[in-house]
Design a protein. Structure first.
Length: 329
């Protein structure tokens, strides 16, 4: 090296595209593995959904009975097919105590179940699930709905909770969980359901949407013109919008994340890969997003409805309109 000549600094390590390479590797792996694993499981036969009258307070019992009968038939067909697990899940939904607004046993399955006296409820919570939720895993989702119903009843018995599994959720390890494709399909169904719900309960009941994980993407895509009082994003990977205002909703927008929730480590980015937008953008817990952030305790990604948790307590307060009592993050 010649005297008096300052050497050029070494170039910094090339890390700017590391997360892109990681996402790309995940997507490629999923694109290869998932079709093979899906092909290994044959389609479970089930009847077409029951034909129902328009949903009103006076037709609810008719709808409940028709959907229970459909679930019973689905159970018989699954048992004849040799799928005892699905047959048991369908049979449970066919029990006389179950109140199903909708049931579809085909494929991964869809179900909308009511907990509480819906026609007389002043406050209604609609739970929208995230990935890996199907008829085969429905009991987990149902437990969250019943936990919230019990918490609400401690303060006000004129409440109802609805578990809305009204779309085909993505698998956690899949290409679909990183894009809005499933949410785009689900959003008009969710809007239609809320309109039908208003036909049952009228305009004066409050309706809160509690949207978990990928379900928060669904709710965000449906937010415009959605007749809801509150929109709650729980453990959200992103809402696909830069700010709460960009959701164009009249609902109050809330966000929460437990301190042990792994979704905090998911990159909150949006990028284009092969013409497809991957990722959901700004973290709803970021101050720049503008949501009402509330305290969710130290729980993990699946703990937001745990009995006794600060998260469940705050969710009940939001549903009941006791917003001044919500403890903020």
């Amino acid at each position: 090296m010649r005297a008096g000549v300052t050497p050029l600094p070494a170039p910094p390590p090339r890390r700017t595209h590391t997360w892109r390479r990681g996402i790309l590797a995940t997507l490629i792996t999923a694109a290869v593995v998932l079709p093979l694993s899906a092909a290994a499981r044959p389609e479970i036969p089930a009847p077409v959904p029951a034909t129902l009258p328009p949903l009103t307070a006076s037709t609810l019992d008719t709808a409940y009975a028709a959907n229970r009968a459909n679930a019973a038939e689905a159970s018989r067909m699954a048992a004849a097919h040799g799928d005892t697990h699905r047959a048991a899940a369908d049979r449970s939904l066919a029990a006389p105590t179950r109140h199903l607004l909708r049931f579809d046993g085909r494929g991964e399955g869809q179900v909308t179940e009511v907990f509480g006296d819906l026609p007389h409820a002043d406050h209604i919570a609609v739970l929208v699930p995230g990935s890996d939720t199907s008829l085969d895993t429905y009991d987990r989702f149902r437990a969250e709905a019943t936990a919230l119903q019990h918490e609400l009843n401690r303060t006000d018995p004129r409440t109802a909770v609805i578990a809305w599994l009204g779309y085909e959720t993505p698998d956690t390890i899949s290409t679909t969980v990183t894009t809005t494709g499933r949410a785009d399909q689900a959003a008009p169904r969710l809007r239609q359901f809320i309109r039908r719900l208003r036909g049952i309960v009228g305009p004066h009941s409050t309706v809160s949407l509690l949207c978990h994980s990928y379900g928060s993407v669904v709710c965000a895509r449906a937010a415009t013109d959605l007749d809801a009082t509150d929109l709650v994003l729980l453990g959200s990977p992103g809402a696909g919008a830069g700010t709460a205002a960009a959701l164009h909703t009249r609902a109050r927008v809330w966000a929460a994340r437990g301190t042990d929730d792994w979704v905090a480590d998911v990159p909150h980015i949006k990028t284009d890969l092969f013409g497809t937008t991957v990722g959901f953008g700004t973290d709803p817990m970021s101050p720049s997003f503008g949501a009402n952030r509330f305290e969710a305790g130290d729980g993990g990604h699946s703990d937001y409805f745990d009995p006794g948790s600060s998260s469940l307590t705050n969710l009940a307060r939001i549903v009941l309109g006791e917003t001044s009592e919500v403890t903020h993050a």
